[in-house]
Design a protein around this ligand. Structure first.
Ligand SMILES: [Zn+2]
Length: 516
């Protein structure tokens, strides 16, 4: 039972108890501080290193012994077992969090900290090798390198890449420009790696000058641009690629291609914006004439690198007319009429206009000179109570049902034909209601429409309800929004019971789905 090797852990425990424990107690007496712990580890690094080495060499044997003791196969003195466990625990905690380390000094300058000096040697040889292949002749790093022993947190140790970057960035400048590479970081985000600063600066110059005019006072980049020396990267972006990376949109897909059934309002809704916001992105698009396959903008293009310009401009600006209102009992409530139209005034303005990527963000007026004063507009405002049959200015669905045919061009048996409204299917005899209040201007049978009702609304726009089985209103009659005006059928050129609903503005048919 008394095996000499049993004594080893006991001796370790004794050392720990007599030499280390009192120090630990002193630290913990008034609450351990981080610097106390690291000082303790520093002062006792040699002792810890010794224990660590002993543990490393004997760990397997120790493990087997503990295992046997727990399994009851072998008797181990409880004291010895506990002290072994304690020491093992402490050493494990220390070696997990801390490591013996070397602070690395290159020509007296502290460059980093490593666990193993080989890390630095490997970095040097790697930089030398790649320099040689790039330059075509031997390149030797001959800086004075020294080390200082210490203890560091494992998370604070540097890896090979740190030293590679350091040595490659400190290569002699001049003839070895080709060795230098820089990572491009824009607004804190890595963009790519370049090998020439001058080519990169030319790209920046280009991007910036695209927004500069003869009135531009200043032009700068919004994001901070950093160039950090890096060690030979496998992926160097050529100038064209770098230009693309800097100018490409970061807001994802910015366009949308129209498919069957799309409406302007629906697209705006799906892209989380109002119809007017979507219109602003598509100033040239007629929202009533969307065609399948048409491409529209659905998002602002936001490049990775933005240019902010300030332009000093002098321009003429209209001065709005002041408006005076008068009550008028001959006009409906909610309506108004201009009696005297004022004439706008004019001013000369000098302002600083701030734009980001060409889009105005801010305008500061520096000088304002009134050239002519505006005259007053006089407006009559209605006070007459509104009848039920007056138009509300918006449309409700004339009937509920599945849309079986949409507005616009459609393909029937291989040939293109134009559909001037939408078809809403339903059952024979179901109610068809006026989409808004107004006056019936047609009620009768009209060719392909079959039995048709046309309502002319107060603003002059018209709604058509076709293929009815019967009409319930007559010409000249005023109807209110939601009033039943006809029964559904399949008269005229029709293949089933449905309501052909059409909206006409200034005489031309528009997509009803943009108004419902
Ligand atoms: Zn139809």
């Amino acid at each position: 039972m008394e095996h000499p090797k049993h004594l080893r852990p006991v001796r370790a425990w004794e050392t720990f108890r007599q030499l280390i424990l009192p120090k630990l107690k002193r630290f913990t007496a008034h609450g351990p501080k981080r610097q106390d712990v690291s000082r303790f580890l520093r002062e006792n690094s040699v002792w810890l290193r010794g224990k660590y080495e002993w543990l490393r060499v004997n760990s397997r044997r120790l493990f087997l012994r503990c295992h046997e003791a727990v399994a009851g196969r072998r008797y181990a003195a409880p004291v010895s077992f506990l002290s072994v466990s304690g020491a093992v625990g402490l050493v494990l905690i220390c070696t997990t969090l801390y490591s013996v380390s070397y602070a690395v000094y290159v020509d007296g300058e502290n460059v980093g900290t490593v666990a193993d000096r080989d890390t630095v040697a490997a970095a040097i040889s790697s930089v030398e090798q790649s320099s040689r292949s790039l330059l075509g002749y031997d390149y030797t790093i001959d800086n004075a390198i020294s080390y200082r022993l210490g203890v560091s947190r494992r998370t604070e140790l540097d890896d090979k890449g740190v030293f590679e970057d350091y040595f490659s960035s400190h290569l002699d400048s001049g003839e070895d420009e080709g060795l230098r590479q820089y990572s491009v970081v824009v607004g804190g985000q890595f963009v790519g790696v370049i090998d020439s600063k001058s080519a990169f600066n030319a790209i920046l110059q280009d991007i910036r000058s695209a927004y500069v005019t003869e009135n531009t006072v200043s032009a700068e980049f919004v994001e901070e641009i950093e160039l950090n020396p890096v060690f030979a990267s496998a992926q160097v972006a050529d100038p064209e690629e770098m230009r693309r990376l800097l100018t490409e949109s970061t807001s994802g897909e910015t366009t949308y291609t129209i498919v069957k059934g799309d409406t302007f309002g629906g697209i705006a809704y799906r892209n989380d914006m109002s119809v007017s916001e979507l219109k602003a992105l598509n100033p040239d698009v007629n929202i009533n004439k969307l065609s399948i396959g048409q491409v529209i903008n659905v998002r602002e293009l936001i490049p990775r690198l933005s240019v902010r310009t300030t332009e000093r401009a002098t321009y003429l600006e209209a001065i709005e007319c002041p408006v005076v209102t008068q009550d008028d009992a001959s006009i409906y409530v909610g309506s108004s009429k201009i009696l005297v139209k004022g004439v706008e005034g004019q001013a000369e303005v000098t302002a600083d206009i701030v734009r980001v990527n060409g889009v105005e963000k801010n305008r500061t007026v520096l000088e304002y000179t009134t050239l002519s004063e505006p005259t007053t507009t006089i407006k009559a405002v209605g006070t007459k109570p509104k009848p039920k049959t007056a138009s509300n200015g918006y449309y409700i669905w004339p009937t509920r049902g599945k849309i079986t045919s949409y507005f616009g061009y459609r393909k029937i048996f291989g040939s293109r034909s134009y559909h001037s409204g939408i078809d809403i299917a339903g059952s024979y005899g179901s109610s068809i209601k006026a989409a808004d209040g107004g006056k019936v201007t047609f009620a009768g049978y009209k060719g392909a429409y079959g039995y048709l009702v046309i309502i002319t609304h107060d603003n002059g726009s018209q709604t058509y309800y076709g293929h009815n089985s019967s009409n319930l209103v007559s010409v000249g009659q005023r109807v209110y929004q939601g009033q039943v005006i006809a029964k559904m059928g399949s008269t005229g050129r029709s293949t089933g019971n449905h309501c052909h609903f059409e909206v006409r503005i200034r005489g031309s048919a528009v997509n009803p789905l943009n108004y419902l």
